[in-house]
Design a protein around this ligand. Structure first.
Ligand code: WTA
Length: 659
């Protein structure tokens, strides 16, 4: 990170379009403007009333203990159980027959589970885990595809107060082992295999491999039968879930834990090599998960069918598939497969099939859908949708506008939600029914959340200026630390600006004071002493009608320090226009001129490289580090975290072919 990375970004384009929520939406909106006033008046009292919406075994008397920053304690003398809050209390209130999960499998088969059924399943699994020796405080690793059992496993752990560590099913055996070892997990819950892109991929062999070379803390492996293929079996260690389930009781007494009891660990990569185990606790996390989910997604539990496309392997799947939605008694879709199997309309087909009302996904998914063409979603009835959300990276205004028009029929408010694994829940987002939305901006902190944009000296920037995004007050779902490494927690997040949490993102306040996220500060370039955001140049490129997707990196340059290099995927259907303009070899120069016209000559990419794919992590983030290697003619670095490792070969072959 360059320390002065984001000052002086005066070239940013100004978005002036705003969209008011439809009046029908405003009338019935869950979020009310008084939330802002209430939080403004007394932040702690505000959070206490949000926490009171949960069911506590023992009520808390102290809201926040911030006597030893940055180590916060929220609602610390209260006790509760997260699974009880997500399931049992709904059944006790007479909603046992409401559908909790609509599970759609890749092959088109499906299953559904009511809240009463989920209660039985998680009770059974909790009993089985306890029989396998898991007690409160023990860690359990979960390595499963996006099937209902993944949700059951997380809630079964929560029921016992055994922190889960979910490892995304696409990670390698090696990644799994390092996570199991770091958390010293006692049990691993996995499946024989998973369905992906029409193929059955084995999962358990990765667990076997992880445990062959280490993972000595693991006493048992609980195996869900999903694909039904043969698996290697270690007698005494491995247990089939379907066999154990048969004799397991549906009666299980949840273990009520203190609010600060760890609910889960989730590993995320930082700037250094070793992933960090982000620790979240029970009371504060669940309070913010439920509050943000209810208000940002305008949840009406009786009538809505909510769908968040994230995998439970990521924080979005934790907070906005499991804990938030279920604490709020949502009926929700979970989908095992990929968006293009067996066809590119698969997601929209699911929206139509279940009458999805809220749809929460990522900018990269939206841009991919744009690339495939709007005639694909047009084949499906999307009229049930009433709210759209996005998370993971800044959404460029063109993708936002496409999402609004093509998916939302100009009717659905869009919530662009900024947050991180570390923040546990949404921090910055419009509130539907209240905020006039602005394409490309996450806009305003939620009621109860205090953020600022500051400069190198730690001073708040004025409207129209850029700087670093910081969080200035503790929040309930904040990470409580890095598993096993309290110092790293302090150094990583709280040392750059004393007294503030530094998120690692650059941001700008526009003339209205709305916040624009500019990407991680290490993605901000310094070109001839001018600071430029990769995101802004990407946005300019994508605003060209031929461009489907673009990634920009700052490549080192002898003359200018850094220079933007752009990797561009052309939109299918633009061939004719390109031929008319003189063919593909003309495109780079035309796009350079386009960026020059959109932002200014300083932002013109030094090179524009046409590629067929971009390297992305499994959570859909573009890996700019690898593109920087290509742009700087270096050997491409570690591609382990790529969703598809062959993408880099394709890019390099494609480029050398064109040179
Ligand atoms: C980025 C995902 C702009 C940001 C929940 C952050 C965003 C990182 C947005 C966290 C958004 C997430 N606009 N940038 N709406 N949402 N980011 O931990 O750089 O996987 O620091 O959490 O994603 O990624 P993480």
């Amino acid at each position: 990170m360059s320390d002065d990375a984001v000052t002086g970004i005066e070239n940013l384009s100004q978005e002036t379009r705003t969209f008011s929520p439809p009046s029908s939406f405003v009338q019935d909106a869950v979020a009310r403007p008084r939330l802002y006033e209430e939080a403004q008046r007394d932040r702690e009292a505000f959070w206490a009333s949000r926490a009171h919406l949960l069911s506590w075994k023992k009520k808390f008397t102290e809201v926040l203990d911030w006597s030893n920053p940055p180590f916060a304690r929220w609602f610390a003398d209260g006790t509760l159980n997260a699974a009880y809050n997500c399931v049992d209390r709904h059944v006790e209130a007479g909603h046992g027959k409401q559908v909790a999960l609509l599970a759609e499998y890749e092959d088109g088969s499906d299953a559904s589970f009511t809240y009463a059924e989920v209660k039985d399943e998680i009770s059974r699994m909790a009993n089985v885990l306890q029989d396998l020796g898991v007690t409160t405080g023990d860690r359990v690793a979960i390595y499963l595809p996006m099937v209902p059992e993944a949700v059951f496993a997380m809630l079964a752990c929560a029921r016992i107060g055994a922190p889960h560590s979910v490892v995304f099913g696409g990670f390698s055996a090696e990644a799994l082992r390092s996570r199991i070892e770091d958390a010293e997990a006692k049990v691993v819950i996995t499946a024989d295999g998973q369905n992906r892109r029409g193929k059955q991929l084995p999962l358990k062999p990765a667990v076997d491999a992880a445990l062959a070379g280490g993972g000595e803390s693991v006493k048992h492996v609980l195996v869900v039968r999903r694909t039904g293929g043969g698996v290697e079996w270690t007698e005494g260690r491995d247990v089939w879930w379907h066999e154990a389930r048969e004799n397991a009781s549906t009666e299980h007494e949840p273990v009520f834990v203190e609010a600060e009891h760890p609910l889960f660990i989730l590993y995320t990569s930082g700037t250094t090599g070793k992933p960090k185990g982000i620790v979240h606790t029970t009371g504060g996390y669940l309070t913010q998960a439920a509050y943000t989910h209810r208000n940002v997604f305008d949840l009406k539990p009786k009538t809505d069918v909510y769908w968040c496309t994230a995998d439970v392997g990521w924080i979005t799947g934790h907070t906005y598939v499991v804990y938030g939605p279920m604490a709020n008694r949502s009926t929700q879709v979970i989908y095992e497969g990929t968006p293009d199997t067996p066809h590119q309309g698969r997601w929209w087909e699911i929206v139509e099939k279940y009458g999805v009302t809220q749809f929460y996904s990522s900018p990269t998914a939206i841009r991919t859908a744009m690339k495939w063409g709007e005639d694909i979603p047009a084949k499906f009835d999307l009229s049930s949708l009433r709210l759209l959300g996005t998370v993971g990276e800044a959404i460029n205004p063109e993708a936002w506008m496409w999402y609004r028009r093509v998916i939302g029929a100009d009717r659905c408010p869009i919530v662009d939600t900024w947050w991180q694994t570390e923040t546990g829940g949404i921090m910055i987002s419009p509130l539907p029914g209240i905020t006039d939305t602005k394409p490309g901006s996450a806009q305003v902190p939620l009621p109860g959340i205090s953020v600022d944009v500051i400069n190198d000296a730690g001073e708040s920037v004025n409207n129209g200026e850029g700087g670093y995004l910081v969080i200035t007050e503790p929040w309930p779902a904040m990470l409580r630390g890095i598993w096993g490494d309290p110092e790293r927690f302090q150094d990583t997040y709280w040392s750059r600006f004393p007294g503030a949490y530094f998120a690692g993102d650059g941001a700008k306040k526009d003339e209205d004071g709305d916040i624009w996220l500019l990407g991680r500060v290490d993605d901000v370039m310094n070109v001839s002493g001018h600071r430029l955001s990769t995101m802004e140049i990407e946005s300019a490129l994508v605003s060209h009608e031929w461009v489907a997707e673009a990634a920009v990196v700052g490549a080192s340059d002898d003359t200018t320090g850094q220079a933007p290099v752009a990797f561009v995927i052309l939109r299918s259907g633009s061939e004719e226009a390109i031929a008319e303009a003189g063919g593909e070899q003309k495109v780079p120069e035309l796009l350079r001129a386009h960026v020059g016209a959109e932002i200014g000559p300083i932002a013109k990419p030094k090179k524009v490289l046409l590629v067929s794919e971009l390297p992305k992590t499994r959570s859909g983030k573009i890996m700019r580090r690898l593109l920087r290697d290509v742009a700087e003619n270096r050997e491409v670095g570690d591609t382990q975290t790529l969703a598809d490792a062959s993408v880099m070969d394709l890019i390099q072959q494609g480029l050398s072919g064109k040179r």
